[in-house]
Design a protein around this ligand. Sequence first.
Ligand SMILES: CC(C)(COP(=O)(O)OP(=O)(O)OC[C@H]1O[C@@H](n2cnc3c(N)ncnc32)[C@H](O)[C@@H]1OP(=O)(O)O)[C@@H](O)C(=O)NCCC(=O)NCCS
Length: 205
Amino acid sequence: MTSVFYLYQKLIIKIGCFIKVGRLLYKNNLPYANLKAFGEIGLWLYILLIVMEKIKIVPFNSQMREEVISLLMDAYQDYPQYGEATRKQAKKYINWLKNHSTLFEVAYMDGRPAGFIVADANWKDLKGKKVGEIHELAVRKEFWDRGIGKKLLERAVKHFRERGLDTAGLWAGDKNERAIRFYKKNGFQDTGLVYYGWLRMERKL
Ligand SMILES: CC(C)(COP(=O)(O)OP(=O)(O)OC[C@H]1O[C@@H](n2cnc3c(N)ncnc32)[C@H](O)[C@@H]1OP(=O)(O)O)[C@@H](O)C(=O)NCCC(=O)NCCS
């Protein structure tokens, strides 16, 4: 639904732009036929752009390490306290993630690395209950708000369900409003538990 709404919203903005340009043409006494043709070409170009915008999600492999490190550093630029301070630390973290995951996938948009998710279906929460844990989800900033985070999260949810789990959990930075809002929108609840600046969020599967 969100996706359809989003495309609709984008379409409305574009139509608004056409009307503005149309008015300009009109003011300059350009014929209506020109305006109509201009609007139609614009609309078709826009539809073509949407059709061409492709997301491909593939499993992580070691050749992707450097681009995933860059992606991680980029994604946390607004919240450096929750990211890795250096590439060296990011490299160590990616290695840790590789060894503590049952799902590690990278999303490419138009062939460019755009985001990744790391999930573990063998995790136990602080009470010892088996849960599906989202260890990391990061999207390169220029690709935010295009539904990539949601798509990656859906892959993890599907993965956990296939493993017979009933709960998914994660720790979000307690000041990371964007991530908290994103997870709430995607069915997670704030459990109220905060541990060294990390907020525990969970959802039923
Ligand atoms: C949090 C994060 C993963 C979200 O990724 P994203 O790709 O921007 O997420 P989405 O595009 O799926 O959803 C974000 C918003 O875009 C909207 N949206 C825009 N285009 C959309 C589309 N085509 N389809 C679905 N939703 C769309 C959603 O409704 C949502 O709205 P909101 O801002 O009101 O919450 C990303 O911001 C990020 O990497 N942040 C830095 C790292 C981080 O904090 N990670 C979390 C670790 S706990």
